[in-house]
Design a protein around this ligand. Structure first.
Ligand code: SF4
Length: 354
């Protein structure tokens, strides 16, 4: 029997100190000063779901650091007491990186955190894209200067692609960050304005850029700047993968092993569904986690996630790609797919030539 890792995404607040125009959270939740109550956290972590398997707990928001040092430390200590075998980390937007966050990253997160970035549609709360970018790069450098590995997940949104690979390569080279990854970009603002769910409760998420344009952009980045980036010590997961080995760039097959907690007690699976009410499994203030785990929505989405892979069955990369990120369709009609078949073709060719 394969023992899969369970991942708990814990939104300690949905409040945020930056304004991403296509955020998966509603504007009202990003402005509200919610704080996760300790008893809700305890209810989330008290379940057999977390036992006898590897567990990672990821502190998220909004921006988790806005809750401040004392409260964040309480959450971390409480989780360590309840699940001593779990590893912990945080996704932070790097807009503000105080000393306590660096210390906590070393002490509780094994010196590893993650952040997200895009070259467009991200602003400070005062509406400045320039200020956002300057604060982001300064915060990112603070982590790396202090020896914290802060992996950057670049959202391949339409604006980043339009600005071309050189703009991103220049930004990457201007920072001290050495680990960069890429994510497919979803237009959550469009979805939240007009939510559309499959019968399984899986959301039909619109993309901001086609798979063909996203993968062509990555290919161009590698062709034009790959050597320069490698010479600077920068690694990009998508390019370092080896055909035949497990996919390490996306969260694949996640519906039965991911759980996300909101500060108001609502629970869903994928953290990107944190404000997509049609995906909610229930509320811990009304029922225990074990009851939420048998929600018909969760069971239907686990089945739908397997069905999603039907177009992948004939693909030579299926055993290691596993269908790309599970929250988006395999195909968008652009001739490419969520997993980046053309990139896998190249990686396979490289392996055969080695
Ligand atoms: S490369 Fe594309 S078609 Fe092939 S398994 Fe991955 S997502 Fe599916």
């Amino acid at each position: 029997m394969v023992i899969t890792e369970a991942v708990g995404f814990i939104n300690v607040t949905r409040q945020c100190n930056v304004n991403c125009k296509r955020c998966y959270l509603t504007e009202s939740h990003r402005a509200a000063k919610e704080r996760l109550p300790g008893n809700t956290l305890a209810a989330f972590l008290t379940s057999d779901f977390w036992q006898d398997r590897p567990v990672t707990l990821i502190w998220e928001g909004g921006e988790p650091s806005v809750v401040g040092h004392s409260l964040m430390q309480l959450y971390v200590d409480h989780a360590s007491d309840l699940l001593p075998h779990a590893s912990q980390t945080m996704v932070t937007n790097c807009f503000s990186v105080p000393n306590w966050l660096i210390d906590l990253s070393h002490l509780a997160f094994n010196g590893q955190v993650e952040t997200t970035f895009a070259l467009g549609h991200k602003f400070s709360l005062s509406g400045s894209e320039d200020l956002y970018t300057r604060r982001f790069t300064a915060g990112l450098d603070r982590f790396w200067d202090a020896g914290v590995v802060c992996t950057v997940n670049v959202e391949l949104n339409a604006e980043t692609i339009e600005r071309g690979p050189t703009a991103l390569a220049n930004l990457m080279l201007s920072t001290k960050a050495k680990v960069w990854e890429f994510d497919i970009s979803v237009d959550f603002r469009r979805f939240l304005a007009q939510p559309n769910y499959q019968a399984s409760s899986t959301p039909e998420l619109p993309l901001t850029a086609s798979y063909a344009s996203a993968w062509a952009y990555l290919h161009a980045l590698n062709a034009a700047h790959g050597q320069q980036l490698r010479d600077a010590g920068i690694t990009i997961g998508a390019f370092e993968q080896v055909a035949g080995e497990a996919n390490n760039q996306f969260n694949v097959m996640s519906e039965d092993r991911f759980l996300t907690l909101n500060p108001d007690g609502t629970v869903t699976t994928n953290p990107l569904y944190s404000d997509l009410e049609g995906t909610f499994l229930g509320n811990l203030q009304e029922a225990p986690l074990d009851e939420l785990l048998s929600s018909p929505r969760r069971l239907a989405r686990v089945i739908a996630e397997r069905r999603r892979l039907m177009p992948c069955r004939a693909c030579p990369h299926f055993s290691y790609c596993s269908g790309g990120p599970a929250h988006v369709p395999v195909s968008d009609g652009s001739g490419e797919c969520a997993g980046g078949k053309a990139l896998w073709d190249l990686l396979l060719e490289k392996k055969h030539c080695a």
